[in-house]
Design a protein around this ligand. Structure first.
Ligand SMILES: [Fe+2]
Length: 478
């Protein structure tokens, strides 16, 4: 347990082990939009200790699912641990049993085989929740997404990829193409001949490979880009030797090396033909999140939250986070222009000069298309954890911010109003830690103005986490 007086946001990195499996009504301050009928489903690391041993990294903790359900102007809350094999094995043995991002299991359970090649690839889906082939699915960065029941949060088993899509590592950020009625994702198959497998998962559950790209040193890529007709695989120069990964005996991410001389390499693949249209390099940088991508005349605009290098990964280990060590690495919304014609140079420019992370857009209206609004979490005070919600209007070049002393908001999920005419007609849903009360609350903001509309306090402090999605009531949506 941390000394809560040493820095304000310590409760955001403490384990939460209480579950509320039956929804409880939350008191609402303000007014929820009457049209908001559905549920915000989120996942995140929630248990950081097993049997007296701590996981190493924020990304490692055992996943908990959270559900804020909206109906008739009210909101209810429920949460449950995701009953993955990784969770159940830890519960049963009292030991960390599966390898996570930066933590390996106890040696006695693990032996000498590198965890990524071990049959016990983790299914601890603590990164994102999304529709996927008409199911509700939680994701981590392995090829084992977990299906769950969206009302009860009960785990339903791993989402099954076809054998042809085999591989070990994937992203928690699949893209949805409403026109083609499918998701796109990529899977890395580590081996003597390693591959990036770009794949397509249909709403009809049909799965097929779009392209296999051979790679000698696979890159750590947390997300990728998608325009209407192209997929953009962005290889950051944080790379791994697959043989070392197999033999080093080190946790997964600690096998990756920063090799900036490689530069940042974009691979542009046509969705329909699977053809590699262009590979282009530019000066090295690192990112977790793509924001959007679209065709701008004869070039692709690819928007990414860029860091100068990969030190942000080191700054997110639990020990420094729990000691309140200032976070000095910040991301900047940056646009790359990649001409589709061979040899023309890639250019880049910052779209705003404020730190930004956990970006969201009006995805239903703008994914893969020209757009103007990005929402995300920001940092007002240098070195602080994410302490505000930011709206960037790319076209107007303006930045708006919501913040309040002692409050630490999470990813703002955009939900459009049913009759929306403007891109920013809608609300933002964010889970905010109130450090004075050591409780979290659901915050509802007007997405256009960032004016507060409502808040509803949860029964406890919800640990800081990553991503989720809003699912409107009614027939299942992708
Ligand atoms: Fe992410």
């Amino acid at each position: 347990m941390q000394d809560k007086t040493s820095f304000p946001y310590g409760a955001g990195f403490r384990s939460l082990t209480e579950e509320t499996p039956e929804p409880v009504s939350l008191a609402v301050q303000g007014q929820l939009p009457p049209w908001l009928e559905g549920a915000l489903l989120r996942t995140g690391p929630s248990k950081f200790e097993v049997g007296g041993r701590s996981y190493n990294h924020w990304f490692d903790g055992l996943a908990m699912l959270h559900r804020f359900a909206f109906s008739q102007g009210g909101v209810s809350y429920a949460n449950r641990f995701l009953k993955s094999k990784a969770f159940c094995a830890a519960e049963a043995s009292g030991k960390i049993s599966y390898a996570e991002f930066a933590t390996d299991p106890c040696r006695t359970l693990f032996g000498r085989v590198a965890a990524i090649f071990n049959p016990k690839l983790t299914d601890n889906c603590c990164v994102n929740v999304s529709g996927y082939a008409r199911e509700t699915v939680a994701f981590t960065e392995t090829s084992l997404p977990m299906r769950f029941e969206p009302k009860t949060l009960e785990a339903l088993g791993v989402f099954g990829y076809r054998r042809a899509l085999r591989g070990q590592v994937s992203t928690a950020h699949p893209h949805y193409d409403a026109k083609r009625r499918c998701h796109y994702n990529y899977i890395v198959d580590f081996g003597i001949n390693s591959l990036y497998r770009l794949c397509r998962i249909g709403d009809n559950a049909k799965q097929r490979i779009v392209a296999n790209l051979p790679v000698e040193r696979p890159s750590y890529m947390h997300s990728f880009g998608m325009s209407q007709d192209y997929l953009v695989l962005t290889e950051f120069p944080l790379v791994v030797n697959p043989i070392e990964l197999r033999l080093s005996g080190k946790p997964f991410i600690q096998n990756y090396r920063w090799e900036p001389e490689r530069g940042l390499v974009f691979h542009i693949v046509a969705k329909d033909s699977g053809k590699l249209v262009r590979t282009a390099a530019v000066e090295a940088c690192f990112a977790f999140h793509h924001v959007n991508a679209f065709l701008d005349h004869d070039r692709l605009a690819v928007d990414v939250i860029v860091y100068p290098d990969a030190t942000i990964i080191d700054q997110l280990y639990l020990a420094p986070l729990r000691e309140g060590v200032p976070i000095t690495a910040t991301g900047t919304l940056t646009r790359f222009h990649i001409p589709l014609a061979a040899e023309a140079p890639v250019t880049r420019r910052a779209l705003a000069d404020v730190p930004l992370e956990l970006p969201r857009i009006n995805y239903a209206a703008c994914a893969g298309k020209p757009y103007r609004c990005v929402w995300g979490t920001g940092v007002r005070t240098e070195g602080d954890f994410l302490d505000s919600i930011v709206k960037i209007d790319i076209e107007a070049g303006t930045v708006a911010r919501w913040h309040a002393a002692g409050l630490y908001p999470g990813e703002p999920v955009f939900v459009p109003t049913p009759s929306a005419t403007n891109e920013d007609d809608g609300v933002l849903l964010s889970i905010v830690l109130d450090t004075a009360r050591e409780r979290s609350f659901l915050l509802v903001l007007n997405a256009a103005t960032l004016a507060e509309m409502a808040r509803a306090e949860a029964p406890y402090a919800i640990p800081f986490h990553f991503h989720g999605s809003y699912f409107p009531s009614g027939p299942a949506k992708a």
